[in-house]
Design a protein around this ligand. Structure first.
Ligand code: NAP
Length: 306
């Protein structure tokens, strides 16, 4: 794989940015990669572990001269960071992001993009429950989907370059409209996270049980919920605050189905339960057949899309 960008700036140095750095290095996709993180502690860690060719103390320093600047901060912080970097963006440069919600990011970032700079939002559907500069690894995006969400008038050459970067980092790449993205992700990621948070919260409420049996016997489903519910609180707070409509739409449907199943249990309608579980099992099979998970018994405990 050959170099795609001379200079890439990663703003925010957590799980996704650090994985991007190692994946870019693995394939030689960028000449120099600069990085910036808000806290001195994160910048210090990045320097110690060799994350980024150059770690900068300001956003402006990291972005100056970059051909590609990628916002890798929580969704709620994207607008403020974009505003800060705007004055130093090089004409012809591309700004992208990796946020889990797209419509909000477009609305928050677009106003700050100067004339002559391309803005191409993106979202890698890959992650783990870990966060911070030491949590990344080069293989995170391998065989996972990354979605590009071009805004109106996005330059085709700039899109092609960004696509090549994500492909070079191991991803399969698709393009999607922002609203559709937010609805799809509400189904596949956001609502499931909320349900996991809720289930773990319920168990915690039954503290008497949590202290003993819930932890000891957690293998039976609950353990997978706890893994998801260990995800970064800032990131997920922002996801729900910014993908409100789609998440509420899916949760409404979820509640209806839950009531239907609850009723089937109450009335002893085994046929309905059996048919429902047969249908959901086929969905799991489809995910495995599409290569998006393995049939291994440790399902859910390795790297998983979020
Ligand atoms: P992370 O590991 O928690 O790292 C977040 C980074 O953003 C840190 O460097 C943090 O700086 C910085 N940051 C936090 N708040 C900030 C603020 N208000 N202003 C400036 N910088 C701030 O996060 P991540 O998991 O890499 O997620 C980054 C983005 O990727 C998010 O938008 C998320 O929605 C998206 N995403 C995440 C996943 C996932 O599974 N984790 C998957 C796909 C996409 P400090 O360390 O100095 O605090």
């Amino acid at each position: 794989m050959s170099q795609i960008y001379d200079r890439v700036a990663l703003i925010g140095l957590g799980l996704i940015a650090s994985s991007m750095f190692w994946a870019m290095k693995r394939a030689g996709l960028a000449g120099e990669v600069t990085g910036y993180a808000r806290s001195a502690a994160t910048r210090e860690t990045a320097r110690r572990i060799g994350l980024c060719d150059r770690v900068c103390d300001t956003v402006e320093e990291a972005v100056e001269g970059a051909d590609l600047a990628v916002l890798c901060v929580p969704v709620g912080a994207m607008g403020a960071v974009a505003e800060q970097m705007a004055p130093v963006l090089k004409p012809g440069a591309t700004v992208s992001d990796v946020g889990s919600v797209k419509r909000h990011v477009i609305e928050a970032v677009s106003p700050h993009i100067p004339e002559g700079v391309h803005f191409i939002p993106a979202h890698p559907l890959a992650g783990t429950e870990h966060s911070g500069p030491e949590s990344g690894f080069a293989e995170l995006f391998d065989n996972r989907w990354s979605l590009l969400v071009p805004v109106e008038g996005s330059d085709p050459d700039a899109i092609a370059k960004l696509r090549a970067l994500w492909e070079g980092m191991g991803s399969n790449v698709d393009e999607m409209d922002a609203d559709h993205h937010d609805l799809v992700l509400a189904v596949t990621s956001h609502a499931p996270h909320l349900i996991a948070y809720t289930m773990v919260g319920v168990a915690d409420d039954l503290r008497r049980v949590t202290d003993t049996e819930v932890i000891k016997y957690s293998a039976a489903g609950f353990r997978d919920f706890t893994r998801i519910a260990a995800s970064d609180p800032t990131m997920w707070r922002d996801v729900f605050l910014t993908n409100k409509d789609a998440t509420l739409e899916i949760l409404g449907r979820f509640t209806e189905e839950l009531f239907a199943l609850q009723r089937a249990i109450r009335t002893g309608d085994g046929e309905q339960l059996f048919d429902y579980f047969t249908r959901t099992r086929a969905i799991r099979r489809g995910i495995i057949d599409a290569g998006q998970d393995t049939d291994a018994p440790d399902f859910g405990r390795g790297k998983t899309p979020t």
